[in-house]
Design a protein around this ligand. Structure first.
Ligand SMILES: Nc1nc2c(ncn2[C@@H]2O[C@H](COP(=O)(O)OP(=O)(O)OP(=O)(O)O)[C@@H](O)[C@H]2O)c(=O)[nH]1
Length: 311
């Protein structure tokens, strides 16, 4: 039996991991293998999805999760050899990825026979100004899509939702757009029993040279951070950041872990369970346009978040 693939694409911080977590939590008995392709040395997404950070891990609901470290086809072959075979494979691309190369690889006839790429879901942040859709990377993600999920619709009014819908429709007329507050995507839509939707658009034959636009810089500490100092540090760095996310313990509440997210200019902090053992007590990934920030600048600002003598 072929194992269908769902590819989840979308801009930095659009809400891809939120969609993936919703799908895995509502798999309804389907065994879904998740492949996470995070951008950065610390794979926060794999931790958020699987609660573990290395290699292939089993999820509580019987799914498997692995990070896309080697090449995609090798990762898929490993997944397809697993017994029992998964019912579906979900691949989350990193927010800096133009899905074109991934789509081209997946449409390889041999791969397609065993694991057909059925859906490319592009997650679009409904809070963005419609002009944000002029971004060439986001346009490339939309070009590859067979379906759009509008995220964060709970944060905007109907007029803004319509503006973003219209802007998407101007780029891809007729493309199915669904609203997906907090990642709520209907499973029967992304894993239909009998798919009868247009095939995934074939990217042009020639590979365009990929250009690097973003870089990822990591900061870790074996000590907990001071929350007020961290807030000040993030306020200083935020104007230069495209995205940041991290997991850490605080001096104020030792023994508990928090998840920090900066996406689309909005910062959030939520409790994230018990700290993972064997990992630094603070690990944060910063993503910025190339040359906007240096590792030294991050270290200088962030090292001030660790209180002297804290342990
Ligand atoms: N209010 C609200 N927040 C959302 C929604 N979807 C995502 N978020 C928040 O937006 C931030 C980014 O969401 P993620 O799911 O991590 O985004 P992502 O696209 O996986 O991010 P990258 O992989 O880093 O590109 C997080 O703080 C989410 O909690 C939504 O529908 N409503």
């Amino acid at each position: 039996m072929p194992v269908p693939i769902l590819l989840v694409a979308g801009f930095l911080g659009a809400g891809k991991t939120t969609v993936v977590n919703h799908i895995l939590a509502h798999a309804g008995g389907r065994r879904i293998a998740a492949v996470v392709n995070d951008f950065g040395a610390i794979n926060i997404d794999a931790e958020l999805i699987a609660g573990a950070s290395d290699g292939v891990v089993s999820l509580a609901n019987g799914c498997i999760c692995c990070s896309l470290e080697g090449d995609l086809l090798r990762t898929l072959a490993t997944i397809l050899r697993r017994k029992p075979r998964p019912d579906a494979i979900l691949i989350e691309t990193s927010g800096v990825a133009d899905p074109e190369d991934i789509v081209r690889n997946l449409l390889d006839p041999v791969t397609f026979q065993e694991a057909p790429l059925e859906t490319v879901l592009c997650v679009v942040d409904a809070t963005m100004a419609p002009a944000g859709l002029d971004d060439p990377l986001l346009r490339a993600q939309l070009r590859a899509a067979t379906m759009v999920a509008l995220s964060k619709v709970d944060l905007v009014d109907a007029a803004q939702r319509q503006r973003v819908r219209d802007a998407v429709a101007a780029i891809r007329p007729g493309l199915l757009q669904i609203e997906a507050p907090h990642g709520q995507v209907p499973l029967e839509l992304v894993f239909p029993d009998s798919p009868d939707r247009p095939p995934v658009p074939r990217p042009p034959g020639s590979r365009r040279p990929s250009f690097e636009r973003f870089e990822s810089l990591s900061w870790t500490s074996d000590k907990p951070v001071s929350l007020p100092r961290l807030q000040q540090a993030i306020a200083r760095l935020a104007p230069k950041l495209a995205r940041a996310k991290g997991l850490f313990e605080t001096v104020e509440q030792p023994g508990r872990q928090f998840l920090f997210q900066l996406a689309g200019g909005r910062a959030t902090l939520v409790p994230a369970g018990a700290p993972a053992s064997g990992l630094p007590r603070a690990r944060i990934v910063f993503i910025a346009e190339l040359a906007a920030l240096s590792a030294a600048e991050i270290a200088a600002v962030m090292d001030g978040c660790v209180a002297e003598g804290a342990d």
